[in-house]
Ligand binder design. Structure first.
Ligand SMILES: Nc1ncnc2c1ncn2[C@@H]1O[C@H](COP(=O)(O)OP(=O)(O)OP(=O)(O)O)[C@@H](O)[C@H]1O
Ligand SMILES: O=C(O)C1=C[C@@H](O)[C@@H](O)[C@H](O)C1
Ligand SMILES: [Mg+2]
Length: 195
């Protein structure tokens, strides 16, 4: 006999996959929201390719994000990010996890909006801080008071992340559960738009 729990989970994946069609699923949000780690699981669950824009930028430039910021500055980094995102979004369906500032850039946001369903992983300051303060690889947080900087970024960026198609609350639960909530949001959005 089939396991009922497994059957529900399977049906969640199938329904989300059908709702997505050939569109990309693009995760946006601040540093530490879980875009890279949750995105990888979502892609695995959907059985579609996963790509992370920060990792792709590092691959094509053969430099780390920190080195890119130091050598060329943020503006050049954003221009490169726009080009990379445009290319990554050309062929769907994929799960694309973005860098924290990608959706904030007007040109990149237009590509994202055109390229698929955007999901904002929204988290509160303490959740984000607990996660990002363990590593010092994020150039924008190399300040005197990085927690304050993170809060300033939240205040400036949250009104823009709100422009994403869907929002999922990111918190300290298992990453697999976060991934399931992303799938459910995709299904619900499809159901609502069909109603
Ligand atoms: N639901 C979760 N519960 C506990 N830890 C998590 C959760 N989601 C992510 N993390 C951890 O938080 C850290 C940051 O996650 P991740 O790299 O996925 O964030 P991100 O949104 O991609 O950040 P960035 O914009 O800097 O790339 C990682 O160490 C990851 O393991
Ligand atoms: O929030 C941001 O602007 C950034 C987030 C990271 O993912 C990297 O893309 C880079 O450190 C910039
Ligand atoms: Mg990431």
């Amino acid at each position: 006999m089939s396991d009922p729990v497994l059957t529900v989970a399977e049906s969640l994946k199938d329904r989300a996959r059908a709702a997505l069609g050939s569109r990309n699923l693009i995760l946006v949000g601040l540093m530490g929201a879980g875009k890279s780690s949750v995105g990888r699981i979502v892609a695995h669950q959907l059985g579609i390719p996963f790509v992370d824009s920060d990792a792709e930028i590092e691959r094509v430039s053969r430099m780390s994000i920190g080195e890119l910021f130091a050598a060329y500055g943020e503006e050049e980094f954003r221009a490169l990010e726009t080009r990379v995102m445009k290319r990554l979004l050309k062929n769907g369906p994929r799960v694309v996890s973005t860098g924290g500032g990608a959706f904030i850039n007007d040109r990149t946001r237009k590509h994202i909006k055109k390229g698929g369903v955007s999901v904002w992983l929204k988290a509160d300051l303490d959740v984000l801080w607990e996660r990002v303060n363990k590593r010092d690889t994020r150039p924008l947080l190399k300040t005197e008071n990085p927690k304050q900087t993170l809060e300033n970024l939240m205040n400036a960026r949250y009104p823009i992340y709100e422009l994403a198609d869907l929002t999922v609350l990111s918190r300290d639960v298992r990453k697999e559960l976060m991934a399931e909530e992303v799938l459910k949001a995709v299904i619900d959005a499809r159901t609502e738009s069909a109603a």
